[in-house]
Design a protein around this ligand. Structure first.
Ligand code: AQP
Length: 348
């Protein structure tokens, strides 16, 4: 088969899908790049489907009991941040088997060359690429299946996921071309806001990540007010005051990161923040940012802690969400089996 060629798109009804890995506690990066946007999309009244992608989490080793807890904690974070399980579908990936079924079919659509170009795999595998799991390599193909099991049209994500979404588009186009159908939509990434890539508090050139070995590099959604304040006050910066234009922050990644975080938390643009704080020393800016971060994050943390007191209720919400997700995904994946030529003669 030839590589993908763009075909004209039929219209698909708007549907949002996105997920977060329960591979650790959620960070400020996950919150600003993803979770906060998920809530905004829900409020726009579009159909929204959100998932704790536990099958993705096990592409690197996870302690089973911790994985269960992190999945519940992630779900609690979604609800505490404003996801309403009655309006959005909220579930964990492994409860809806359509994802892995379509994931296998997409493994047979995606090309080795496409997968080999994925920079996140290269970053995560590092020098150890012979020893990482096959699942880590195939991760973006399963991610495409997560999205396309629902024929989702829009995917809110942080900037780091842009390349994976381009691959999802290539897979949809190649599937449609190979089987001469207009079956899958070509998804649109939704990468918006002042903090689409929140950087580490210790190194402004590295993404803030839940799996960074240094806890000081990130703000966790489980951190208390005091810890958030301390981490921000100790964040790496330079000795210069804040300038009066964003251009002047070009070679100051740590300073730029704190300005972006402030803007995203305050709901301002980075330009507004730089206007308000032009000439300010970090001795002034960091405490203001710490107060803002505590004011925005503390209510979420407190609500998460409250929700985590009733884990059976979280499991119930995830199960009910999975039933609703399954009702959408099952017929779509059954149609895919027909399209690719699988006999489906069992009585259900
Ligand atoms: N630093 C970040 N800035 C903005 N957005 C971010 N996201 C993650 N980190 C940042 C967004 O959060 C969503 C869920 O990401 P994920 O958990 O599925 O995986 P990830 O991108 O690999 O996140 P982590 O924290 O770095 O996880 P680990 O350490 O387990 O690999 C995505 O929309 C992502 O863009």
């Amino acid at each position: 088969m030839a590589d993908a060629v763009q075909t004209p798109q039929p219209t698909f009804p708007p549907r949002i899908f996105s997920g977060i890995q329960p591979s650790g506690g959620l960070t400020l990066g996950n919150y600003l790049g993803a979770l906060k946007r998920f809530v905004e999309k829900q409020e726009e009244g579009i159909e929204t489907i959100y998932c704790m992608v536990d099958m993705h989490a096990i592409t690197v080793w996870q302690d089973p009991e911790k994985l269960r807890q992190q999945t519940r904690e992630g779900a609690a974070a979604f609800i505490a941040a404003g996801i309403d399980p009655a309006r959005s579908i909220l579930f964990n990936q492994s409860q809806v088997t359509a994802h892995v079924e379509l994931g296998w079919i997409f493994n047979c659509i995606a090309r080795m060359g496409w997968m080999s170009r994925m920079t996140q795999f290269k970053d995560k595998a590092g020098k150890n690429s012979e020893n990482v799991s096959l699942g880590l390599f195939a991760y973006p193909s399963l991610m495409a299946a997560d999205i396309l099991s629902y024929k989702a049209t829009h995917v809110p994500v942080g900037d780091d996921q842009k390349q994976h979404l381009e691959l999802c588009r290539d897979i949809a186009i190649k599937f449609n071309n190979d089987y001469k159908v207009d079956f899958f939509p070509v998804v649109e990434p939704v990468i918006e806001g002042a903090a689409t890539r929140v950087m580490s508090l210790r190194d402004g050139t590295k993404k803030m990540s839940k799996s960074d070995p240094s806890d000081q590099s990130r703000i966790n959604l489980t951190d208390d007010a005091d810890t958030i304040s301390k981490k921000i006050r100790k964040a790496k910066t330079d000795p210069e005051p804040l300038p009066d234009s964003l251009d002047a922050l070009k070679d100051r990644p740590e300073a730029r990161n704190l300005v972006n975080i402030y803007a995203a938390l305050a709901g301002h643009t980075p330009e507004q923040v730089i206007r308000d704080y032009a000439g300010a020393q970090f001795g002034t800016f960091k405490p203001a940012l710490a107060d803002l971060a505590v004011a925005k994050l503390e209510p979420i943390t407190l609500e998460m802690n409250r929700l985590m007191q009733d884990q059976a209720e979280i499991d119930r919400i995830l199960g009910a969400g999975a039933d609703r997700a399954e009702a959408i995904a099952r017929p779509i994946v059954d149609q895919v089996y027909d399209i690719v030529g699988m006999i489906r003669s069992r009585r259900r």
